[in-house]
Design a protein around this ligand. Sequence first.
Ligand SMILES: Cc1ncc(COP(=O)(O)O)c(C=O)c1O
Ligand SMILES: N[C@@H](CCSC[C@H](N)C(=O)O)C(=O)O
Length: 423
Amino acid sequence: MSPPSASGAVPNGAPASPESLPTSVAPRKYALATLLVHSGALEEDPLGASSPPIYQTATFRQPGATTGGAYDYTRSGNPTRNAVETQWAALEGAERAFLFTSGMAALATVTHLLSHGDHIVAGDDLYGGTSRLLARVCPAAGLEVTNVDTCDVEAVIAALRPGRTKLLMLESPTNPRLQICDIAALSRAAHDAGALVCVDNSILTPLYQRPLDLGADISMTSATKYPAGHSDLMAGALAVRDAGLAARLAFLQNAEGTGLAPHDAWLLGRGLKTMALRMERQASNAARLAAWLAARPEVRGLAYPGLRASAGHSVHVAQATGAGAILSFTTGSVELSRALCEATRLFKITVSFGGVASLILMPCFMSHASIPAEVRAARGLPDDLIRISAGIEDIDDLLADLEQAFDAATKAVADSKPALALK
Ligand SMILES: Cc1ncc(COP(=O)(O)O)c(C=O)c1O
Ligand SMILES: N[C@@H](CCSC[C@H](N)C(=O)O)C(=O)O
């Protein structure tokens, strides 16, 4: 991997084009599961290290006062971060990838590509933090945002304002209702209107869906989730094919100081090595949980992209290679949902997803609480919604835990009067 120039010619250094990878790890030659294990950085380590060195340094001594070295300052570029960015670009089939201090830092950077007066079309089932960014930060920068059901291509076309809409921001599957949108069709429509398309791919990661292959301009992932995998690190990734767009993102990453720190980049690189194994186990656990939940009388509106009966299933299988490990459902009662979450033992009541441990939460009270109640209601986000992130535990233990939790919760709610029932 070639180091970036500190001369200033490349604002953030890191010319991490796939061509600069050793041919043994070049994109497309190997499957993603292999690219996750073999990063180019190790191939080039002069001492043959099995784990890449952490360049825990802020600055780099220069060869002369007027000649730049490969790196000058870690905000502008760092070999450890650069190595993982190069690996991430290969996973996405991208020209370049950029790692940020969090998924939100990555998403905020995308909005910084726009200027005062520009218009954004975004989904109406989105992570709460993304909703907050679009509703409360972007307008202060003079950006106008329209939220629309991105499962409905015609509705998106109607919302696009040719020449003024500069960004279409999508999730598929969405957080928390696992709604599916047709990324290729929406990308065509957005491009016709002159807008960039950014797909938040956090629920699937490039292992199961590659938005750039489907026509999106920017593939975004909260690397805090599956890529890190152990709930011990915050990180975000952006991947792009267009060199001009890459240069603009590199400039913003350096100018705003949002690049991932070396030690966190190293931790992320370590997480990547097991991502395929973890996600395969998590997805198979999620499929078993979904089948079990589908048969429970208390469960309504079960959403999991792997279920044939799930809305958008056919679109999903056409654009993704896996269903992921997140599912959501309602029970018809906030009290029952609360009691169920609180009765689980293995499923911890915790925000986030994608870590090795199974998690459960009620989005309206946790991950999506920053969306005002009236907005949640208008978007049809029900208070009794439960979201589960399947971990890698033994599936029989997980099923037994859910079974005892349903029994305990049903009994607790029946014993307590009055119950807070939803219509
Ligand atoms: C779909 C989605 N996108 C983006 C984010 C933001 O990522 P991070 O928490 O890494 O900032 C999250 C969660 O926080 C998320 O669930
Ligand atoms: N208090 C946090 C909530 C983070 S939710 C994290 C994750 N994306 C999820 O969906 O669970 C905040 O306000 O951002």
